[in-house]
Design a protein around this ligand. Structure first.
Ligand code: IRO
Length: 309
C-alpha cells in the first residue's frame, strides 16, 4: 500500500493533493464540485469583509502553458464562507478558509468569526496581486510583521500564510525571520507571479482587461519559481509544513514539490483547465511514481533533494 496522506497541524488529509484558493471555489455550487472530487480538502475563495464583484472581464485567460488572471478578489463576503464551512462538513474533508481582507482591521474581524466556524485551517492571503491600488502585503516586510502580530494574536485555528514568490535570497531570509517569530501552522508557496503581461500580437492588445493587462501568472511558467520558494522556506524553516502551489500538472510535479520539502500540494490552473478529474489523476500518478521508485510514504523522500555541490 502506498501512503500519500499528509497532516497539517493535526488536520489529517487523506492525500496530499487538494485545490488552491482561487479557481472555481467562490460559490457553494463550485465548492460542492470540489467536495465531490478526489481533492483531499476544500479550499474556499479568498474572502473580504464585503462581497466583491471583482475586476472587469475578460480577467482570466488560458495560455499555452498556464494562465493569467486579474480576477480582483471576486467573492461573496466572508459571512457566506463561514456558512459554507458548516454546510461542507457533510463531505468529511477538511475545509480551508482563505482570508484576504483589504485592511488589517478587516482581517482581524473576519478571523474572529472564523474562530467559531467549522473551518479546519485558515490561510491568510498576503499575496493577492490584483486589487488595483493595493500592493501585495508580503512584499512589504514591516506591514507583514504588523499584520502577522495582530492575526496570530486573535486566530484560534491553525493559521497559515500564502506568500507571493520571492526572487532574492535576502528577501527569503527577511520573510523567514518574520515567520519564525510567529506561531504558524503552515506556509503556502506560491501565489501567482504578480503583474505579468501577456500580449496578443495579432490584435496588438493585452489579453485581459484590468490594470492595463497586468495580471498574475500561473501554471507551468511558474513551477520552477514555486519549487525554489518551497525549497528555500523549507531550508530556512524546517519545522513549518509547506504547501506547494504553482504549475503542478502531474504526479511527477507533485513528487518534485515534496522532494523540495512540501508537505502537501495545491492545484490551481490545472483545475481550471482540466476540471475536477485532475485531483484523482494526479494522486494516482503520484502513487504510481512512488511505487516505481520503491517509496511507501512521503516521509521516505520529503525534503531529501540532492544538490550537486
Ligand atoms: O485576482 C484574484 O482574485 C487573485 C487573488 I485574491 C490571488 O491571491 N491570486 C490571484 O492570482 N488572483
Amino acid at each position: 500500500m502506498i501512503d500519500i496522506t499528509a497532516e497539517i497541524s493535526g488536520v489529517k488529509l487523506e492525500t496530499c493533493v487538494f485545490n488552491a484558493a482561487g479557481p472555481k471555489d467562490a460559490t457553494l455550487k463550485e465548492l460542492e464540485v470540489i467536495a465531490k472530487s478526489a481533492s483531499s480538502a476544500i479550499t474556499m475563495k479568498s474572502c473580504t469583509l464585503e462581497p466583491r464583484k471583482g475586476n472587469p472581464e475578460p480577467r482570466y485567460c488560458d495560455l499555452p502553458e498556464g494562465s493569467i488572471n486579474s480576477s480582483g478578489l471576486p467573492n461573496l463576503g466572508y459571512k457566506e464562507y463561514v456558512r459554507f464551512s458548516s454546510l461542507l462538513k457533510k463531505y468529511h474533508k477538511p475545509v480551508v478558509a482563505s482570508v484576504s481582507g483589504l485592511k488589517l482591521a478587516d482581517n482581524v474581524k473576519i478571523i474572529k468569526v472564523f474562530n467559531n466556524s467549522e473551518a479546519d485551517l485558515i490561510e491568510l492571503n498576503l499575496s493577492c496581486p490584483n486589487v488595483p491600488g493595493k500592493p501585495q502585503v508580503c512584499y512589504d516586510f514591516e506591514q507583514s510583521e504588523e499584520v502577522l502580530d495582530a492575526i496570530t494574536d486573535v486566530c484560534k485555528k491553525p493559521l497559515g500564510v500564502k506568500l507571493a514568490p520571492y526572487f532574492d535570497f535576502a528577501h527569503f531570509e527577511q520573510m523567514a525571520g518574520i515567520l519564525r517569530k510567529r506561531k504558524l501552522a503552515f506556509i503556502t508557496c506560491i501565489n501567482s507571479i504578480g503583474n505579468a503581461l501577456v500580449i496578443d500580437p495579432d490584435k496588438e492588445s493585452a489579453v485581459i482587461k484590468p490594470k492595463g493587462g497586468f495580471g498574475g501568472l500561473g501554471g507551468k511558467y511558474v513551477k520552477y519559481t514555486a519549487l525554489a520558494n518551497v525549497r528555500k522556506f523549507h531550508e530556512l524553516l524546517p519545522h513549518v509544513p509547506i504547501i506547494g502551489c504553482g504549475g503542478i500538472y502531474s504526479g511527477k510535479d507533485a513528487f518534485e514539490f515534496i522532494l523540495a520539502g512540501a508537505t502537501a500540494v495545491q492545484l490551481g490552473t490545472v483545475f481550471i483547465q482540466e476540471g475536477p478529474s485532475c485531483f484523482g489523476r494526479i494522486q494516482k500518478e503520484l502513487k504510481d511514481y512512488l511505487k516505481k521508485k520503491g517509496y511507501e510514504t512521503l516521509e521516505d523522500f520529503r525534503g531529501k533533494l540532492k544538490t550537486l555541490d
